[in-house]
Write a protein that binds this ligand. Structure first.
Ligand code: SF4
Ligand code: SF4
Length: 175
């Protein structure tokens, strides 16, 4: 999650990154969000070598015991209710600035049922909603998605089918 964001929609926003993306764009600037599973990241420059390494790379200490943040857990399971509770903490900022919540990724519509449920709850709570998506994923319930989303920020990749398959691994002709 990224709080106090001034991008990805109007006003002050909380951006919620849903992990997982079927694309493999060579220019991807969020590679930590490609996998659908939680991952452990490692930043060499923060490591103070307080524990022996295993496999020549990561040490054996659990992520939560790393004193410097060199090891960090990327991604964790969240439910709609607890995610909503967290974004509601910044309600005053959304109201004062015309902001809200933006779902991003990865490709957040890969987790479409969760996205729709969460966005619907945000709307019911009076929070503005935006979705950042390639739109190159099958829509499971377009009517519900549209009614729960104020703004779509569409980052469509490559229209040419052969080129898209070659470059991103995705067929853009969504059915
Ligand atoms: S616990 Fe953190 S700082 Fe210590 S060796 Fe492991 S990664 Fe490095
Ligand atoms: S769609 Fe976005 S998140 Fe997915 S690989 Fe491409 S640039 Fe990265």
């Amino acid at each position: 999650m990224q709080r106090y964001s001034l991008h990805d929609g109007g006003g002050i926003r909380t951006v919620v990154f849903l992990k997982g993306c079927p694309f493999r764009c060579p220019w991807c600037c969020n590679p930590e969000n490609l996998s659908f599973e939680p991952e452990v990241s490692f930043k060499e420059r923060l490591c103070i070598h307080c524990s022996p390494r295993v496999n020549g790379r990561l040490c054996e200490k659990p992520v939560e015991d790393c004193p410097t943040g060199a090891k960090e857990l990327l991604g964790r399971e969240r439910g709609v209710d607890d995610l909503l509770d967290e974004v509601l903490r910044d309600r005053v900022f959304y109201e004062e600035s015309g902001g809200g919540v933006t779902l991003s990724g990865g490709e957040c519509l890969s987790r479409q049922r969760f996205a729709i449920d969460f966005l619907t709850r945000c709307k019911q709570a009076g929070i503005g909603t935006a979705v950042e998506t390639t739109l190159a994923v099958p829509l499971e319930d377009a009517a519900a998605l549209v009614s729960a989303t104020d703004v779509f920020l569409v980052d469509f990749k490559i229209a040419d089918r052969a080129r898209s398959l070659r470059v991103t691994g995705i067929d853009p002709e969504v059915r």
